[in-house]
Ligand binder design. Structure first.
Ligand code: MLT
Length: 261
């Protein structure tokens, strides 16, 4: 199983793992702004975008193995690994299973804790409904309105339309599989305590899915972690405030490249 990945630019490799239920398309503002300075690799996680789903059981560890295999196939021993929300869960699983591949870590709008029971049951119910209806309508009804913060909703309605398009084009089987994978994910706090690489934690000040407290918990667990709160942004910081997000990530990757050259 080989993930489809967009791979642009040259220099320190930066892998960006997308949120649920989106695809590597969400990283367009990062490919445009950062490929002049770094090598930006944005895979579609299995089942999403151009990547096939495969037959494995749902698990974020499997998704992390896919990313490690992608790096191997590109002969990239180590990269800065970034993930937003679900992508962050995969990045943390990668730290657990393939720590030697992680030269730096960016965790955006994500959390180290596992789901509480109610959230897990809700995910499994959602997955069942997606399969029963063969449609991701439940996600456009229930999840989409929470992805974008109030400032973006008020000031940049076009962004909302673009995200809705990405959500609607998610294959139902991939959405159900990923929901089950996220429901099964373990707590990653101890994983973060063991990360030796430098880390950057980002959260939108208006994020209603993963909170500033979740971000602080990760930054505190990381031996070498810093926290950056992005104002006027909800859950999708990289899309809602791309300039602030890109500046923060670019400064971090440059520092990592210098310190781990
Ligand atoms: C995401 O943005 O990737 C999802 O909302 C994450 C989640 O459902 O926990």
């Amino acid at each position: 199983m080989q993930l489809y990945a967009r791979d642009v630019g040259q220099g320190t490799p930066l892998v960006l793992l997308h949120a649920f239920p989106l695809s590597s398309s969400m990283w367009l503002p990062q490919r445009e702004a950062l490929a002049g300075r770094f090598r930006i690799i944005t895979p579609d996680l299995r089942g999403f975008g151009g990547s096939v789903l495969g037959a494995e059981e749902p698990s974020v560890e499997t998704m992390a193995d896919d990313v490690a295999a992608l790096l191997k196939s590109k002969n990239i021993p180590r990269a800065v690994i970034g993930g937003l929300s679900m992508g962050g869960y995969v990045a943390m699983a990668l730290c657990r299973r393939h720590p030697d591949r992680v030269r730096g870590l960016v965790l955006a709008d994500t959390k180290a804790t596992a789901d509480a029971d109610a959230a897990r049951e809700n995910r499994l119910r959602t997955a069942d409904r997606i399969i029963a209806e063969n449609s991701v309508a439940v996600l456009t009804e229930e999840l989409l309105p929470k992805l974008i913060g109030p400032t973006t909703m008020r000031q940049r309605a076009l962004v909302y339309g673009r995200i809705r398009g990405l959500v609607q084009s998610t294959p139902p089987k991939a959405a159900a599989w990923a929901q089950r994978a996220m429901a099964a994910r373990p707590d990653s706090t101890e994983t973060l305590r063991a990360v030796r690489a430098p880390a950057l934690v980002i959260v939108g000040a208006e994020d209603g899915i993963t909170t500033e407290a979740d971000a602080r918990h990760m930054a505190d667990a990381l031996p070498n972690g810093e926290l950056h709160v992005i104002p006027r942004s909800g859950h999708l910081t990289s899309i809602e405030q791309p300039d602030l997000f890109n500046q923060s990530v670019a400064d971090f990757v440059s520092a990592v490249a210098k310190s781990t050259a």
